[in-house]
Design a protein around this ligand. Structure first.
Ligand SMILES: [Zn+2]
Length: 83
């Protein structure tokens, strides 16, 4: 079932807009992603142009599903600060 948390996000006017769905991303999406894209073959990683896109975790997980690999959720879990 579709609920409408995304509507609430959009109304908050957060400055991060999801690349995939176009709605705002707020802090409640603790796994939201910042994705940097750059030319694979352009050698200098520091100097080369990079485009950063933002995405809800849900949107990225669904729409960046790979042919043989998937996004690794555990990689992006926030550091809880405890051990
Ligand atoms: Zn989204």
């Amino acid at each position: 079932m579709e609920t409408e948390p995304n509507l609430a996000n959009a109304l908050l006017g957060d400055s991060f807009e999801c690349w995939f769905c176009g709605l705002g991303i707020d802090r409640t999406d603790s796994l939201a992603l910042s994705i940097g894209a750059r030319n694979l073959w352009n050698g200098d990683a520091e100097a080369e142009p990079t485009q950063i896109i933002y995405a809800h975790w849900h949107c990225a997980e669904t729409r960046m599903k790979g042919a043989t690999m998937n996004l690794e959720r555990d990689t992006f879990l926030p550091d809880e600060g405890d051990s």
